[in-house]
Every structure is written in structure tokens, then in C-alpha cells.
Write a protein that binds this ligand. Structure first.
Ligand code: F1P
Length: 349
């Protein structure tokens, strides 16, 4: 029988090569990006995508809102912009649309970008993995993480390389220069040091449900991690803002639950308290963070990145181990991560 998951395995374990290429793409396009932004004088940024790329938009918007001189950075699924444009497009000013799509062919995203240009009359910035796609072809600016292209249906290296390209772009616009390229080496080290833990947790079928918790940009990453677990393993997986979890969803926590915390620096004290409480309810806990914060962290499993990378650029580091955990669970359940149930690589209406 053909090996299951060969594409997904290669794409997860080799994704830092796509990160290096994404940083090189940004350096190559730095002047074009600076000019586009300076001439644009944008009042707001609206971000859209579908599925994984909607979640990427959720992770990116807080960085744009906090680092760039715009009134707001808002996120919507592409379908909302397409179907209810008046509820999504800012009423006045000169908004920029950031349309994010691995394929650049998802019908909702392509049509949403066209509707935006028609109704708002301002530019579209595309982030994709396919330079020959309609979305890229029709955009005013396109940054392409071409090494993120995948054979797999589920997004892994495409997501992290597009996220890094987008985060590094925001960093460039905020600080004038691209970030240095130390992040890929940190990703290699993480996979080397903690791949075994991710596999052990993935193969533990006594875990029946997963909750991924994140604050700020990490909420979008938590949504993406939950989607990987659903797509690859057909398991119950949900994402919540850290502080939201107590407001009802924690009623589902039991001894068959794994709570995964994507910890931040700013909200560390609040986040570690949530994890401590979930342990008292019987959950097993996995915490991922750059390093220890002020309050002690009580988690069953702990991954510190120790990357030295500034917080706005670290988002990609949360994902490879969670992708690998889902991959290993899929194989243990006899599923093929390369062929997720009911899904296609691109949703074309
Ligand atoms: C978006 C998407 C993914 C989903 C699946 C099908 O595609 O819906 O989010 O997980 O892979 O495609 P794209 O617009 O980013 O190409």
C-alpha cells in the first residue's frame, strides 16, 4: 500500500526552507513595497481569506493595527466581503484590501477582491503561493511565497511561509528595513528538539478533544492549529481566545482533553492561570512560548522557542509542532493526511 502522508510529512518537516525563500522574496521586493505603501496613504486595512488564510488574516491584523499608522485593521472571511460589502468596507477614507490565498484561485477571495475594487475604488495587495493565479494577476501589489506551494490539500508550509512574508512586510513598513533571517534556524531547532514530544502527544489516542488557546495574534494561529487537527485527524478541535475559554467552553474539559496554550509575553500572567485551572479540571496541557514569564507556568508539557526573534515576527514558530502532532495522530488513526475527508485543495464555486 502506498505510504500515507508522504507529501504532508515532507512539507511540514521541510517548511523552514520556504521561510528562507519568503524572507528573500521580501528583500527582493522591499523597494516596491515601500513605494506602494508610501504612495497609498491608506486610512484602513481590510484583510480577507478563506479557511486557513482567513485565520492567517486574524493573526496578521493585530500587528498591522499596532505597528502601522492606520485607523483600523479589520478581518472578514472573503465570503462576507463578497456577500455583505457594506458591512465590511469602511464607509470613508482610502482602505487597502489585503487578500490572502495560497492558490490565488479560491472563488470567494477572487470575487471579493473584484467587488472591493469596484465598490471601494482602492488597491488590492495579494499574498499567495501562486504567481500565475487570477488573484495575483489582478492585484495592485503581490508578494508570493512560491516555495510554500504544496502537493497537500491541508496548508502547512504554505501557511507559515505566507504568514512570515506578511509579518516581515509589516515589520519592514514599520521599521524601514526587513527583519534579519534568524527565524528559520529557530524553526529547525524546534523541530529537531521537540518533534518527539509532538509525535507522542499526537499518537496518544486517550486524548479525545483538543482546545487551542491564544491571545492577540496567537488567536488566529490557534484557529489554524485547530483546523489542522480537524482536517487531518477528524478530531474535535476548537480554538478560543485565552480569556474566553472560562466563559462556557471550559465546561467540556475532562481527562480526555488536551489544552494547548500559545502563550504571549504581554498576557502571560493571565494565560498561565487559565492553563493551571484547566489542569485542576483534569486536562492535560501543552504550552508553547518564547521563554518563561514572571508567573510560574504549570503545564504537563512545555516548549520554549528561545529564538531571540521580536514578538511580532514569531508567529510561525507556534505551528510546525502542532502540524506534526496532527500528522502523527492521523497516521495513528489509520488516516491519510494527504487526502483529508471531503476536502479539495481549492474551493471553486
Ligand atoms: C483556502 C482553503 C484552505 C482550506 C483547504 C481549501 O484556500 O479553503 O483554507 O484549508 O486547504 O482551501 P486558499 O484561498 O488559501 O488557496
Amino acid at each position: 500500500m502506498a505510504e500515507r502522508g508522504t507529501h504532508t510529512q515532507r512539507e511540514i518537516l521541510g517548511q523552514t526552507a520556504a521561510w528562507r525563500a519568503a524572507l528573500a522574496e521580501l528583500r527582493a521586493r522591499a523597494d516596491v513595497l515601500r513605494a506602494f505603501w508610501a504612495e497609498g496613504r491608506f486610512s484602513d486595512v481590510l484583510l480577507v481569506g478563506c479557511g486557513s488564510t482567513y485565520y492567517l488574516s486574524l493573526a496578521l491584523a493585530p500587528l498591522i493595527q499596532s505597528l502601522l499608522p492606520v485607523r483600523s485593521a479589520r478581518v472578514a472571511p472573503a465570503s462576507e466581503l463578497l456577500l455583505f460589502p457594506e458591512t465590511v468596507i469602511p464607509r470613508e477614507g482610502r482602505p487597502l484590501l489585503m487578500a490572502i490565498s495560497r492558490s490565488g484561485r479560491t472563488t470567494e477571495t477572487v470575487r471579493a477582491a473584484r467587488a472591493f475594487r469596484e465598490k471601494a475604488g482602492s488597491p488590492v495587495w495579494a499574498i499567495s503561493c501562486d504567481e500565475s493565479s487570477p488573484l495575483v494577476h489582478e492585484s495592485d501589489l503581490a508578494l508570493v511565497a512560491s516555495e510554500g506551494k504544496e502537493e497537500s490539500i491541508v496548508q502547512t508550509r504554505s501557511f507559515t511561509s505566507m504568514l512570515l512574508l506578511a509579518q516581515a512586510s509589516v515589520w519592514l513598513l514599520a521599521h524601514g528595513e526587513p527583519p534579519d533571517d534568524t527565524l528559520p534556524a529557530a524553526g529547525d531547532r524546534l523541530l529537531k528538539e521537540h518533534q518527539g514530544l509532538a509525535r507522542e502527544l499526537g499518537e496518544d489516542l486517550t486524548v479525545e478533544r483538543f482546545f487551542f488557546l491564544g491571545s492577540g495574534p496567537q488567536y488566529g494561529l490557534a484557529c489554524e492549529a485547530a483546523l489542522k487537527m480537524k482536517e487531518m485527524t477528524l478530531s474535535h478541535a476548537e480554538a478560543f481566545h485565552f480569556m474566553e475559554f472560562r466563559h462556557g467552553p471550559m465546561s467540556l474539559v475532562d481527562r480526555a482533553t488536551l489544552v494547548v496554550g500559545l502563550l504571549s509575553e504581554r498576557a502571560w500572567d493571565y494565560e498561565v492561570e487559565v492553563l493551571r485551572e484547566m489542569r485542576t479540571l483534569g486536562a492535560r496541557t501543552l504550552a508553547l512560548a518564547e521563554g518563561p514569564g514572571r508567573e510560574p507556568l504549570y503545564a504537563d508539557h512545555l516548549v520554549f522557542f528561545a529564538s531571540g526573534v521580536p514578538e511580532p515576527l514569531r508567529g510561525t514558530l507556534y505551528l510546525p509542532l502542532l502540524q506534526w502532532m496532527a500528522y502523527c495522530r492521523a497516521l495513528r488513526k489509520g488516516l491519510d493526511p494527504d487526502v483529508p475527508e471531503h476536502l479539495s485543495a481549492v474551493v471553486v464555486l
